[in-house]
Ligand binder design. Structure first.
Ligand code: CA
Length: 330
């Protein structure tokens, strides 16, 4: 690592992991990292580029690296805009080097492939020196999601309360508890296991940069940093949202494609929908004799996300419904 996390001031450099592909025998993979430190206070890690086709978070983190002076910070920021760097350069969800989804590799493996080595470095060397984690995702190329701040479930009630408070400080248009169906291999699940106060996001998606989501992201990140005391409290803007918490109600949240065809959604994001209601149709435009197949919602709630590409195959996630959170809010 070319930055010293214990040094006061602003440093911008790289984590360098030896990487020896066909065309570069003694090369390195360089993961950008900035440290802005000023005296005593909490350490917050900001992650972008966990998936390489999600852009609002990385832009926000690079803005902070350029804009913040150490004198504005109390404590330490570890700013990482492009953690899955090969995927970021390729503009892809998964790494073109080893094909892995970085967010399914935690806690990583220092003897594994390059993606597993990156997650191992973060788990082993950065989580232990941090107090809080902000993981900035968007929907990626395949999903368009209502800009939202995400609560990672944890079995530790004290951490759950602190996570909820930090996520609500983000003040996104929606606050959603997402377990990824209990998936333990994500960056946020690993951060919670390490005891870090954890905030996730889903900022738009569709493989584009959303003007609206970028504004939400810039403002929300500063709100959370002020909530943690790393930026001055007067950075927190007046709340815009009512603080309602939603969740993805297990597998019933998802409408999956049942056939190979073209998916037609019947509603826009934000629409109130109910279980059993027609959600969309799969068309077979190459065979007009075959009638479209109708898909139905499996839960009551709000349409939270929808697939971007029209072309679907069985199992593709077409729609996502968020419902009122049933868990503890205190
Ligand atoms: Ca993502």
């Amino acid at each position: 690592m070319t930055v010293d996390p214990d040094r006061n001031g602003k440093q911008v450099g790289f984590i360098m992991i030896p990487h020896s592909p066909h065309d570069d025998a003694w090369g390195v993979t360089r993961i950008p990292i900035a440290v802005i430190k000023n005296g005593e206070g909490p350490t917050v890690i900001l992650e972008g580029g966990n998936h390489g086709d999600e852009y609002e978070g990385p832009i926000t983190i690079c803005d902070l690296i350029r804009e913040l002076d150490p004198g504005q910070v109390q404590g330490r920021l570890i700013l990482m805009p492009a953690n899955n760097v090969h995927a970021v350069i390729a503009g892809q969800r998964t790494s073109p080097v080893d094909g892995l989804n970085f967010n399914r590799t935690f806690p990583g493996d220092p003897r594994g492939t390059i993606t597993q080595q990156i997650s191992a470095f973060i788990t082993d060397h950065l989580y232990p020196i941090a107090d809080a984690f902000i993981d900035l995702h968007s929907g990626g190329s395949s999903l368009d999601i209502i800009p939202s701040a995400i609560v990672e479930p944890t079995t530790d009630p004290g951490l759950h309360r602190r996570n909820l408070a930090a996520v609500q400080a983000f003040d996104a248009p929606m606050t959603v508890v997402i377990s990824n169906l209990g998936e333990p291999r994500t960056a946020t699940a690993a951060a919670c296991l390490a005891g870090l106060v954890t905030v996730g996001t889903e900022m738009g998606g569709g493989g584009t940069v959303s003007l609206e989501a970028l504004e939400v992201c810039r403002r929300g990140v500063r709100n959370v940093l002020a909530h943690h005391g790393v930026l001055p409290l007067d950075e927190i803007e007046p709340r815009r949202q009512d603080g309602q918490v939603l969740e993805l109600p297990g597998t019933s949240a998802y409408v999956f494609a049942t056939a190979d065809g073209i998916f037609e959604p019947l509603h826009s994001n934000g629409t109130r929908v109910s279980e059993g209601q027609p959600a969309g149709r799969i068309h077979f435009t190459w065979d007009p004799t075959r009638p479209p197949e109708t898909l139905h919602y499996a839960a009551d709630g709000i349409l939270y996300g929808r697939r971007q590409p029209g072309r679907v195959r069985p199992g593709n996630c077409c729609l996502v419904v968020a419902a009122p959170y049933q868990g503890s809010l205190s």
